[in-house]
Design a protein around this ligand. Sequence first.
Ligand SMILES: *Cc1c(COP(=O)(O)O)cnc(C)c1O
Length: 713
Amino acid sequence: MTTIRLDGLAPLPPRITRLGELALDLWWTWNPNARNVFRRLDYTLWRTTDHNPVRMLRLLPATRLTDAARDPVFLDLYDRALTELDPTRRASGSWWSERMPALPGRSVAYFSAEFALHQSLPIYAGGLGVLAGDICKEGGDLGLPLLGVGFMYPQGYFHQRVAADGRQQETYERLTWADVPVTPAITPGGRPCVVTVPLGRRTVKVSVWRVRLGRTKLYLLDTGLDENAPWDRELSARLYGGDTETRVQQEIILGVGGVRALRAMGSDPMVWHLNEGHAAFVVLQRMREMIDRGDSFEAALAEVRRTTVFTTHTPVPAGHDTFPFQLVESHLAGCWGTLAPHRDAFLELGQYDNGAGPQFNMTALALRTAGQVNAVSELHADVTRKMWAPIWPEGSEAERQVRAITNGVHVGTWVAHRLALLFDRYLGPRWRDQRDDAIWDRVLDIPDADLWQVRQELRRYLFDFIRERGRQRWTTGGVDAARVLAAGTLLDPNALTIGFARRFTGYKRPELIFSDPERLSRILDTAKRPVQLVFAGKAHPADDPGKHHLQRVYQRALDSGFGGRVAFVDDYDLHVAHFLVQGCDVWLNNPRKPLEASGTSGMKAALNGVPHLSIGDGWWAEGYAGDNGWLIDGGTHPDDAATDAADAEALYTLLERDVVPAFYDRDNDDLPKRWLTLVRQAIRTVAPRFTARRMVKEYVEQMYAPAIRGTEP
Ligand SMILES: *Cc1c(COP(=O)(O)O)cnc(C)c1O
């Protein structure tokens, strides 16, 4: 058995030697027993480290560990967690092993520029990363031999603070390596994995880190080696931090370096899944390998097509990387090798003119080289087919084959612990294995009083969290009193709470609800039926309009005219997201249709009994069932201003006529019966369908299976 050394960690007592290994396997984040191991170990540290067991083990006095090794309750949790972990890693009896019995030793590679796994590993910005993280977790649960490939960003994504005038402040913090759940990837030859990637005329060294998530392994590329020039060391320092030139270099590292890293680790994946266009240079490196072995360009391209799967995530043009040809050519100069005679043919695979002249487009490259392509909702698939129509000959087979695989969320990660216990009681423990969709009908049997009690508790957890954050900013953050109030410290833990948390950007219309401030004030500030709004989210560092939206929303939170009923929680991340999607009463989403490809935060909320109040865009066009939330529908209009006005009107009307009355309509026991019906329907309709379980199975059956068929003996 391999022993894992944690730097600076006190030696573990013999009875609990695998505690370090458990802390380093992010599988603990969604396994209830494993979570309880660390909660039981030291509840205060668990909270003050924002649930980071690696850091906990570093800070814990040795005596606490020796005590734990003698505590029967702790040992029972510890033993149970490890008894579950080992078979999970082997995937024995898993869905995959039943579905694909004849594929020993082959893997599925999953490339993504970001992965959101846990707040202690800040290598994600938002929805794309959360989706990638949830796929890795679910893939493991289903037993897939999944190898994720991404970046280790030692400075991560930025931390957000908001200045007194509402401007977003961005700071990058160097990671404390000893607190991060990663270890060096070790090759089959027993050496730390380091690969080289040619960039222009030079060569960059890339070291590889490993993250474990039960069955899934994730390899993270890092250019921060001393042997590299200072500017090359910075290439992987930050997520989405650089200019176009940094970006193209990062993408060469991810694609070319990622394939080389997998080879160095002895892997030969049978499926190569590209999550968004960022990793499309995988195709270049793989074609070069095949031509090295004697294949023709055409044969290599055909083989790549057979085995490449591509997921596109956004209809917004800025979400698709384009580069001037000359920039791509100069940075790829050292990458061609035996592909050099076919250089022009390869570059043509990425050529696309989006109106500004032909450029090298990463999405075009992926669309032309992946045999299986999917968009992330039904609506998004239609939009994608139209948007990229010039890529395919009209009416061609390829065009029709943009599949719709609607996103889903990882249930074990997103369901609140308190609610999970309620499900255990009324649905039976089988709900956790998600094998029987009908089990969710039993949500209808949960008594009003029990369900309401849990919903109230979850709202209170949210306000405890918000107040504690406000207190920290006040005592140590150098923040003035007005900003402490704007952070939500005046919110009422019993009032109807509407959450809006997502990236701040124009098409998501964060200010829509403020279109008519007087009408909104009347909705919010009624003595008997108060309503409050909680906002959170970062604006991309280069998105100035997004930052202006944020600033104006923040100024509403500072405005006493809204009676302390509007709040902005800063530094939105996975940790904040958990409190918000579980603790709000309503989840608001009002993008300009059809620009929200799917959206996932509303699924997380609904799963926790927080009904969705949303435009019928993305997943809600499929998810809205009439009685499980509300549809904001202002109709179609010739221009944005008219659409916005009509959608705002529809939103206010829903709030006034439906949402607020349903919440405050109480029976003699002070129970909101009508509301609880919505809560139950939200859970019952979303929990079996909009999950990573359903999504990953669809990936396997619709997209991986055709690639695998050619591989099976
Ligand atoms: C779920 C999630 C997102 C994505 O939310 P959308 O509704 O898809 O915009 C972004 N950031 C974090 C931290 C999340 O948890």
